[in-house]
Design a protein around this ligand. Structure first.
Ligand code: 9MR
Length: 387
């Protein structure tokens, strides 16, 4: 998946939010006997068995992403409480929404999320402090290295300081490594040519972690990225992390995002990558898990959308089965590494509440019903106990 594709879909989705709502309402209005968008032949799934968070309570936390609670229905909020332990704010704590200009902060939605999670006994993992996307230009405008560093320090100090003790940890730096790569770049950090790199050099990572640690010494601090489990990008991530650790940077974990597609998951590399990071003394979380159905694109806008309205292609029962098998295989890897994995977070709530809408990537369907993938993940841990 190219970065451009990864960015296009969400923005188009945002601009079509009203239409999505209309579709969602129409879906919700259909009879409950067969979930809207589900095929007639979909395998039956027990909707009342053990929940995923209970099944994994001795292994790791199960998380979801969303900007709770304002635009979620009571039914959806009930699902969050029923199935998940921990919430990642999907957008509302990112630099652009929360700190649109130097003197303006927008704390209403993040404060509401923190309050709702506290009231409902859900933990929170913060996302994200330093990123090349969703970050307004004021951070960099007319600033030399010292000025940009001070802006970063103020941003991180204010945000992390405000929620000190209320947020378990932070994705401090997000997606700093270039996509692709080759044998040559694999020997290097291969850092993305971002405004942070241009203004501050490679030290921008060092300082971001330092500022976050100063603001909340108890927070778990993560480097978070996609595609770092395999190939030259994995090698570059190891070069980068070794440098940070050698320099005494307060970094505690690596976030493997996990935006995958059924049939294209690098299982063997993933297994090894978790061991590689653990060998550096770091914990590993799966921070943004979603697995699109077989044949769906890697997150691009297009497939499943037709003309001016939405015409989402329903998954076949074979698609759902293949997705379930993929999720089960992934969770068997996570179970194997449970000693170094504190958390597995899904990026969204349901196939209706996902940036990959139309590609059926999550474990609850667009009608909030458990999918075969849900049952397969619960089975994976129960099977393990019987072995
Ligand atoms: O899911 C998020 C979507 O709503 C936003 O529009 C988008 C903006 O780039 O960011 C999405 O979340 C991204 C996350 O913050 C970082 N990793 C990739 C995620 C999917 O694009």
């Amino acid at each position: 998946m190219t970065l451009q594709h990864k960015r296009q879909l969400p923005f188009l989705l945002t601009s079509m939010g009203a239409t999505l709502l209309a579709v969602a309402t129409a879906m919700a209005a259909e009879p409950a006997s067969r979930p809207a968008g589900a095929p007639n032949s979909a395998p039956a799934v027990d909707q009342h068995g053990l929940t995923i968070k209970d099944a994994y309570k001795n292994h790791f936390l199960i998380g979801m992403a969303g900007d709770l609670s304002g635009r979620y229905s009571d039914e959806e909020l009930g699902l969050v409480k029923e199935h998940f332990d921990i919430v990642t704010p999907e957008n509302c704590m990112k630099p652009a929404p929360i700190h649109p200009s130097q003197d303006a902060w927008r704390f209403e939605r993040p404060d509401a999320l923190v309050e709702w999670c506290a009231d409902n006994n859900l933990a929170i993992f913060g996302h994200t402090l330093v990123w090349h996307a969703q970050t307004n230009d004021w951070f960099f405008r007319d600033g030399d290295k010292a000025a940009v560093t001070q802006r970063m320090k103020d941003h991180i100090g204010t945000l992390v300081g405000r929620y000190k003790g209320k947020i378990q940890g932070w994705d401090v730096v997000n997606e700093a490594i270039n996509d692709g790569g080759n044998a040559e770049t694999a020997q290097t950090e291969n850092l993305r040519n971002s405004p942070w790199l241009r203004a501050m050099g490679p030290e921008f990572l060092t300082l971001a972690f330092k500022f976050a640690h100063e603001a909340d010494p108890d927070a778990k601090l993560y480097y978070n990225d996609y595609g770092i489990e395999a190939g030259p990008k994995h090698a570059s991530s190891m070069v980068l992390l070794k440098r940070l650790l050698k320099d005494g940077v307060p970094i505690h974990g690596v976030g493997i995002q996990g935006h995958w597609s059924t049939g294209r998951i690098p299982y063997v590399a993933l297994d090894k990558a978790i061991s590689d990071y653990a060998s550096l003394g770091l914990e590993v979380s799966i921070t943004e898990l979603d697995v699109t159905i077989r044949g769906a694109s890697g997150g691009q806008f297009g497939r499943g959308f037709r003309g001016r309205g939405f015409n989402v292609t329903p998954p076949s029962s074979e698609d759902l089965k293949a997705q379930a098998d993929a999720y089960a295989r992934l969770f068997s890897i996570f179970i194997k590494h449970k000693d170094v994995i504190p958390r597995v977070t899904f990026w969204g709530l349901s196939d209706r509440r996902t940036w990959r809408f139309g590609q059926h990537p999550l474990i609850l369907d667009s009608n909030n019903q458990r999918k075969p993938a849900y049952a397969a993940i619960v089975d994976a841990v129960q099977q393990r106990r019987m072995d």
